[in-house]
Design a protein around this ligand. Structure first.
Ligand code: AMP
Ligand code: GLY
Length: 429
């Protein structure tokens, strides 16, 4: 039996907790800090993931056999290094390997060295040089703060003025330390897809595809968010494209990271742009996507603990992942005001009725206040359903959304639209 500590408190971690709890290998699951949904499957602890000594002490005290780290910030801060140094198995990359997410410049340089297809780019540490380059290139063009900026450091500038403004924002401190360096990147055309691999430092095991919806409003309009909904698989990622992505992008990354003494362990999440020439890398993340993880966990048939343990122990070559044939779709319900300042404390009801429809509701920013479920954050619930195709999964997810009473929340009504359009076009008249 394995005792597991899960780090995080979002919908991604609720989906992981739900799936880990189904494993016959599980002894006790702990989560820090968790949320009311995760509490159905785990004992919650207020442990601070940035207090590495406290995490190590907790693991010794509770005889933890595996730590699973959900979010990127503790990884970039070196939580996996501290656990490994203490001999505690961990699923998640070292700080050196997490630079794939933590520094866009680091990843761009790796792409250049390993000949990985990506947009042309330049790195800058001052505004005048960055602006001169942007003026020479023209718009559309993409401006990225180098470091972690909670998903907000990227400006896809459709005009020169917007690009110049974004450069000023970065160097004037809009993203703090993350903006001390700026990457200016070629604008890529095509369709985006998320591709996931489990990695053990040497082997990368393909772990599914998904499509996210980053803009806050229907029709992919409004400001960027952490993600308003997702579905899996992404039909644009054919098996030929997956193979091409493995050969041209993932495998050279694994080799390049190992060669620089920073082998990558954990989830490698590639944000891809697909056009007629094939896949190009937009960015890497060193963790599962949120809400993409929710749809992957719904579709995964294999015991997730077997896979996470094999990744942590360097044995991924010995295991395989098996998936349901169905599509999964998740709709994010967010608090009014998101992605600006979300309203806090509004009451939520009807989750049992939503789940009675056959859907699964994962919690993100929720809390229990004297027994009443309330919203505490931006993204609050992930209403997730399976179906024989995306069209059916979408209808089931929205039927469950409609069973929830939460006047302080909202969601997009068109999650899955690309796949639904594809399915309609493919259907016989
Ligand atoms: P990132 O945080 O790097 O994923 O960027 C956020 C979003 O900006 C991506 O999901 C894309 O929609 C968009 N984006 C980033 N880089 C590019 C690019 N080079 N060309 C077009 N769109 C991009
Ligand atoms: N859903 C996008 C992300 O997790 O980065």
């Amino acid at each position: 039996m394995m005792n597991v500590l899960l780090i995080g408190s979002g919908g991604r971690e609720h989906a992981l907790a739900w799936k880990i709890a189904q494993s016959p290998l599980l002894g006790t699951l702990y989560a820090a800090p968790g949320n009311p949904g995760i509490a159905d499957h785990a004992l919650l602890s207020p442990l601070d993931p940035f207090d590495q000594d406290a995490v190590v002490a907790f693991c010794r005290d509770k005889a933890i056999d595996l730590v699973v780290v959900g979010p990127e910030a503790p990884l970039v801060a070196g939580l996996a290094d501290a656990l490994s140094a203490a001999g505690i198995p961990v699923f998640g990359p070292s700080a050196a390997a997490a630079q794939l997410e933590g520094s866009k410049g680091f990843t761009k340089d790796l792409c250049a060295r390993e000949n990985i297809p990506t947009g042309a780019y330049q790195r800058f540490n001052n505004a005048p040089k960055a602006k001169a380059y942007v003026r020479a290139q023209g718009a559309p063009i993409v401006i990225k703060a180098d470091g972690l900026a909670a998903g907000k450091g990227v400006t896809v500038a459709m005009s020169l003025d917007e690009a110049l403004g974004a450069i000023d924002d970065c160097f004037e401190g809009a993203f703090g330390e993350a903006g001390a360096e700026v990457v200016v990147e070629q604008f890529l055309h095509g369709e985006e897809a998320s591709f996931f691999c489990l990695c053990d430092g040497v082997t990368a095991l393909p772990f599914g595809t998904a499509q996210d919806h980053k803009r806050v409003s229907d029709g992919d309009t409004g400001p960027n968010t952490g993600g308003m909904g997702a579905y899996s698989p992404a039909p644009v990622m054919t098996s030929a494209l997956i193979e091409q992505t493995m050969t041209e992008i993932i495998e050279p990354t694994m080799r390049g990271m190992a060669a620089m003494g920073a082998p990558f362990t954990g989830v490698l999440y590639a944000g891809l742009m697909i056009d007629e020439t094939g896949p190009r890398l937009i960015e890497y993340n060193a963790r599962f996507g949120d809400p993409e993880c929710q749809v992957l966990m719904m579709r995964l048939k294999t015991d997730v603990l077997v896979l996470l343990k094999a990744a942590a122990e360097g044995r991924l070559a010995e295991v395989a992942a098996d998936w349901r044939n169905e599509a999964a779709l998740t709709v994010v319900m967010a608090a009014e005001g998101y992605p600006g300042t979300p309203r806090k404390g509004t009451p939520i009801a009807g989750l049992d009725a939503a789940e009675a429809t056959g859907a699964k509701v994962f919690h993100a920013g929720t809390a229990l206040n004297d027994g009443q479920l309330v919203a505490t954050g931006g993204r609050v619930l992930n209403v997730t359903a399976l179906g024989p195709d995306v069209t059916t999964a979408q209808a089931k997810a929205y039927a469950a959304v409609d069973a929830i009473q939460w006047p302080g929340g909202f969601c997009r009504r068109d999650i899955g639209w690309r796949a639904v359009e594809r399915e309609a076009a493919a259907a016989p008249d």
